[in-house]
Design a protein around this ligand. Structure first.
Ligand code: ADP
Ligand code: MG
Length: 224
């Protein structure tokens, strides 16, 4: 994060944010930053198919808004095509965007999506946020907050108090989600934002939760 400050940047790249998450034991998708089409293919081969490509640019915060995310690439040809497509999409949207490279990343299978976040309140300091992804957070604002640091009981209460909680316990053909894995991510996030007071906003959106385990597929960290 000191490097980010030195460069006068206010937001971490996804690679940087995920590296910080890993240091705090938050599970993230495997990734490598490719700087050429050849590298992208090499990394995709190593990580395995299907794969995901994403733009990495300090000028682009919402990657899918600019055609900067392509999921479900099945083979090397898809990766070559996707690599060029992403750069073309981004150039069309913002010709001056500084591009660090294209992130090649493990594709997490679909499952229940949740959001873990943190914001810093000028008065109360950092607070941790939890909710289910998609319409639950965007339309219904079904989220909950606790001032950090949070306890294990807080994490447990946060998860069970959102209205969408029954969905995490399993319904119809959707199996129950690993609640313990979410609790761990909430606690790690709390530790992270308590340790790093320069974090103004943190957004793990989405975290995909399985019957066993969870994976953060997108991480954003904004500094003060
Ligand atoms: P942004 O929020 O900046 O637009 P994301 O990295 O969140 O970009 O990607 C957009 C969407 O693509 C995610 O909400 C998720 O549904 C899907 N996605 C992104 N990365 C992965 C991945 N590694 N595995 C599976 N799905 C992914
Ligand atoms: Mg996202």
């Amino acid at each position: 994060m000191s490097q980010v400050c030195k460069e006068g940047r206010k937001s971490l790249l996804e690679t940087e944010a995920k590296t910080v998450c890993m240091e705090y034991g938050i599970p993230v998708t495997k990734f490598e930053l490719a700087r050429s089409e050849e590298e992208a293919v090499k990394f995709a081969d190593a990580i395995g198919f299907p794969t995901v490509l994403k733009i990495v640019s300090s000028d682009i915060i919402h990657k899918s808004d600019v055609g900067g995310v392509i999921v479900g690439l099945k083979n090397s040809d898809d990766v070559r095509h996707g690599y060029n497509q992403i750069l073309q999409n981004v150039k069309k949207h913002d010709p001056k965007a500084r591009i660090a490279g294209v992130l090649v990343q493990e594709m997490a299978p679909p499952s229940t999506e949740v959001i873990v976040g943190a914001i810093k309140d000028p008065q109360f300091g950092p607070a941790v946020m939890f909710g289910l992804g998609g319409v639950f957070v965007e339309v219904l604002k079904d989220v909950t907050f606790r001032i950090a640091p949070i306890t294990e009981d807080d994490a447990c209460d946060m998860i069970s108090e959102v209205k969408a909680y029954p969905l995490l316990k399993g319904y119809r053909n959707t199996p129950p989600a690993d609640i313990e894995a979410i609790e761990k991510i909430l606690l790690s996030t709390s530790r992270l934002v308590t340790d790093c007071m320069e974090i103004k906003e943190l957004d793990l959106n989405p975290v995909i939760v399985y019957e066993k385990g969870a994976k953060t597929v997108d991480a954003r960290i904004i500094l003060e």
